[in-house]
Design a protein around this ligand. Sequence first.
Ligand SMILES: [Zn+2]
Length: 424
Amino acid sequence: MIKVIKNGTVITMDEKRNKKYENLDIVIKDDTIIDICNNYNGEYDLVIDATGKIVMPGLINSHTHLGMSIFRATNDNLNLNDWLTKKIWPIEDNLTDSDVYYSTLLSCIEMIKTGTVMANDMYFNSDGCIKAIKEAKVRCLFGHCLMDKDGDERIEKLKSLYEANKDNELIKFSVAPHAFYTCSKDYLKKCSDLALNLDIPLHIHFAENLDEVRGIEKDYKKDLASVLEEVGLLRNKLILAHATFITEEDLLKLKDKDVSFVHNPVSNLNLGCGIANISKYRNYVNICLGTDGQGSGNNMNLFYHMSLVDLLQKGLYKNPTISSSYETLKMATINGAKALGVSDIIGSIEIGKKADIIILDMNDILVYPTVDLITNIVHNVSPNNVLTTIINGEILMQDNKLNLDIDIEKLKQQINLIINRAMK
Ligand SMILES: [Zn+2]
């Protein structure tokens, strides 16, 4: 099956190209981009006319908890510790695989409708998560949440999920210990060894707020980079979610390691954690973008989160030249792909990569006119402007219409049942 996305303004995010965007045709054979050219006149089965539209790589959300959509915007007036221990964990303890399946499915639909093609997820009731991810046909690097409590059992569960889904093209696995405050030194070492043995990334919450940093320093009596080294994590392909408080000394020690930081600006603001100094970080490590779960992140619309990234750095530095829209767009595309170990297949539009592509309508009066394309996208695109989402060559949404066999109204009813049972 050959599809041609014709005559769109294409932002490739391919650093090898001279122009940031240009008018191009993209030719897709099954799941793969086989040509990028002007005026394609070869054979085809389907044409998507993108005249006057923007074509770009699908976005990558590098830190999520897809099963948390039922907690959307529930964090008013609570700090991280109170929110987790009083509001989230008591409810999560009673969730079933079926609850998490529906909650994850809702998040996957939110991804498709907001132009996100891949999530780096960490959650539990993982059979439910994986069932939903498969049905929605989105990409995911999935980590069964690991912590001391039932620690060995959790590791066995991860191993069995990994074995059972080894050949799945869209779902890959990480080793995902929850955080230093829920995992002992020995358990973290075990997680690090496991990730090395399976040759998969390790994803962990790290240095999210100052209390957590003080706790780690008290337990380990070392700087943060040395703590990571002590438990073995610097041997891993390491994804640190948040990393809100990393010093220059730490950054120097992390510089030559395979470490990515996932910036989660909305979650960090909501929980009063602070603003990560990513303008400094990016000189040392790869920086990508996450929403966190909707409980603290409110939504998974990465366009909204991108706008905040850019504005926060300019405000933090009292300097508008510290951040650029293009750098911010990289965080949600190619930098995310690098962090998740998939930059050979997605994150930019290039021949040989998988067709994970979105199409935007910038003729909408709310984003009109477009004078500086990248800036207008980063600051003004809303989900309504995302017309089409293609993942692995499959058109999952076209002209705002979902092509999935999922009954949205029924899904909302199921979500309401879960909320009525678990939260009231
Ligand atoms: Zn998180």
